[in-house]
Design a protein around this ligand. Sequence first.
Ligand SMILES: [Zn+2]
Length: 388
Amino acid sequence: MTRKLYEDTPAPLVFSALVTGCIPAKKGYWVNLDQTGFFPEGGGQPCDLGTLNGMEVLDVQLREGEVQHLVSQPLEPGASVEGIIDRERRLDHSQQHTGEHILSGTLHRLFGASNVGFHIGQPYVRMDIDLSLTAAQLEEAEAQANALIQQDLPVKAWYPDPEALESLPYRSKKALEGPVRLVEIPGGDLCACCGTHLERTGMVGIIKIISAENYKGGVRLEVACGGRAIPPIQDQHRQITALSGLLSAKPQQVEQAARRMAGENQALKGQLAQLTGLLIEALAAQAKPGETQLRFCDGLTPDGLRRLCLALAQRSQTLSAAFGPTEEGFSYAISLPGQDVRPLAKELNQRFEGRGGGSPNLCQGRLSLGKPEEIEKFLEESFHADAL
Ligand SMILES: [Zn+2]
């Protein structure tokens, strides 16, 4: 069994050890040591990285009590090595892990919720909670968790003897066998844990819940602690500042302003639909039975063009089409009562580099070429040539 220096308080970032084994791996060699400061991947926490005798450590895994270090070159059993842990990576993982304890302990204390899943991912930490919690509850837990950081409480990690363990009300994600390591934050949390932690809660700096979504009857959180919390807070601040400018509202009032704008937008949509109906009726009223109806009309959506085309066709009972300008040409809707309009629409598309199609009764599409006069002329000629 490797002696786990990473469980010590304080955990060393530089250590000496003896090589106890070295076996070839797919990409390099797995090296065993009599003791190690490298935390192996486990419990939702990625492994430490760093160097062994200057050689990069690529992976660290725990197999049957032995911590194995993946390096590119073999190391001789019996040789002494110096290990150096990547300080920033360790600090980041310890901030996330300690922050998770503080937040989980708080959720447990406030709402009786349990953390049933944990993973230090990128860019955030994932936490699965077994209870469905409201935004207000999460906000309260976040505030109380941050208050525990402000109190700068000690974080204690130890192996209690089995009798003492039995009497302790600790949290655990699963049933545990063998010696149990507990991590305690007085008044904050007591939890079985194998991970690396900070020595005091103050070093976590900040806990920010980034998002929450319903998950398996509970809630899945994305959380950022310490240094990881700053970029998303800055990003949100930047966005709110931009919204504040766009909405001409104070940053504290962007929600109100956005709601008001959405309401106005809805009302305008209603008015537009009403006016579009009136416009279509008025245009269709001008159509004379038996006369082809080709109308170029600004301001109609493809659906408006469709409705205008059908209204014109109903009244004229002959070739009818409605066109609306687009950035590079025209949107169109075309109908030919009593006949299949699709062949004519196909010719139109071919002549003016268009796309589209539809049913025998109505085709819709877009033309990327052509002036109104050219399109009218082409349709009149094609229609009459087909009719002959
Ligand atoms: Zn932990």
